[in-house]
Design a protein around this ligand. Structure first.
Ligand SMILES: [Zn+2]
Ligand SMILES: [Zn+2]
Ligand SMILES: [Zn+2]
Length: 322
């Protein structure tokens, strides 16, 4: 059995790993959203919340490989990723700065923008002497920022960032520096994966041998207009995939209770499917079993992934043959 503290105890985490094992999800790559910061859309569909801590836990537990792709700067307060970037005077904190080529008069040490010297016909504002030759009595130290309030000249003003989402003002050092990674399933961890996911291939092969077709992660729109997903959809070969499946299978990698039975019942009513099998790993509650019996849903209980394949294959054969 898996560790009792493992995140894989949660059904939705197992379903995500299952989709990755089945190749439905190839990799979990990040999306940088200006408002939401880092998101993992493919993982969010299953996990709903705590996505990044869960992926990180799955990486630490050995299920997922992690590869850093880039980094992103996030707001320290709301994790948003878009900022208004402002330059501030390092001396007086003013935002009132001009940027341009600077001239320093070596004779007296006075410095200002070249444009200011030009306005005064290259006569120094401080010592009133005319500038003569570059490199002789004045130099150009480069493009810099001149403060209109205190006169300070700085090559590197303070960069402050204002979050577009929450308005928080922060320096670069105060923002959150976050590594952005892509996660893939470590298929080499066969034993580890076998504890929390199942292998549908033997079931599908058995179904084919009986002249039926099986489709994994089968999506169908119900009469209500809502799209439903079943772990498996099954058809007799000659009927093809055109109509609704004759049999559907849902697998729940956790204790199945009455709510899960009702959910499946609602899905089959909406889609018009006649036969449904609900597999529980490891068990279903008594209430769930009673409800399933009433709604004519077959419950299969299996203590682990191997037993699941065996028992589910038998249950599907029973339904197909009847
Ligand atoms: Zn200043
Ligand atoms: Zn001067
Ligand atoms: Zn913010």
């Amino acid at each position: 059995m898996s560790d009792e503290h493992s995140v894989t105890r949660k059904h939705n985490v197992r379903m995500l790993l299952q989709k990755m094992r089945d190749g439905i999800i190839k990799e979990l790559s990040a999306n940088i959203d200006p408002k939401l910061g880092i998101t993992y859309p493919d993982a969010e569909a299953d996990l709903k919340s705590d996505v990044q801590p869960t992926l990180e836990a799955l990486h630490k537990e050995g299920f997922l490989l992690k590869e850093q792709k880039e980094n992103v700067t996030l707001c320290r307060r709301c994790n948003g990723a878009s900022f208004k970037i402002m330059h501030r005077c390092p001396n007086c904190n003013s935002l009132n700065l001009r940027k341009g080529m600077v001239i320093q008069h070596l004779t007296c040490g006075y410095a200002n923008l070249e444009s200011v010297f030009a306005e005064h016909d290259y006569v120094c504002l401080k010592c009133k002497k005319r500038l003569r030759a570059l490199g002789v009595d004045y130099i150009k130290p480069g493009v810099q920022y001149v403060c209109n309030d205190c006169g300070n000249i700085a090559q590197n003003p303070i960069i402050s960032l204002k979050c577009w989402t929450c308005g928080e003002l922060q320096s670069i050092d105060e923002t959150r520096y976050v590594e952005v990674s892509t996660y893939t399933l470590d298929h080499s961890k066969r034993e580890l994966l076998a504890k929390v996911t199942f292998n549908l291939t033997p079931i599908i092969q058995r179904v084919h041998a009986l002249g039926w077709v099986a489709k994994k992660d089968y999506k169908i729109r119900g009469k209500s207009g809502v799209e439903h997903t079943f772990t498996l959809g099954l058809w007799q070969y000659e009927h093809g995939l055109r109509e609704a499946p004759e049999v559907v299978v849902d697998i729940h990698m956790d204790v199945v209770d009455d709510v899960h039975v009702l959910t499946l019942y609602a899905k089959i009513i909406d889609t018009g499917v006649k036969n449904a099998i609900l597999a529980a790993v490891p068990i279903a509650t008594e209430k769930a079993k009673a409800l399933a019996k009433y709604y004519d849903i077959t419950i299969v209980e299996a203590e682990g992934a191997d037993a699941l394949v065996e028992k589910l294959t038998l249950a599907i054969e029973d339904v197909i043959k009847s």
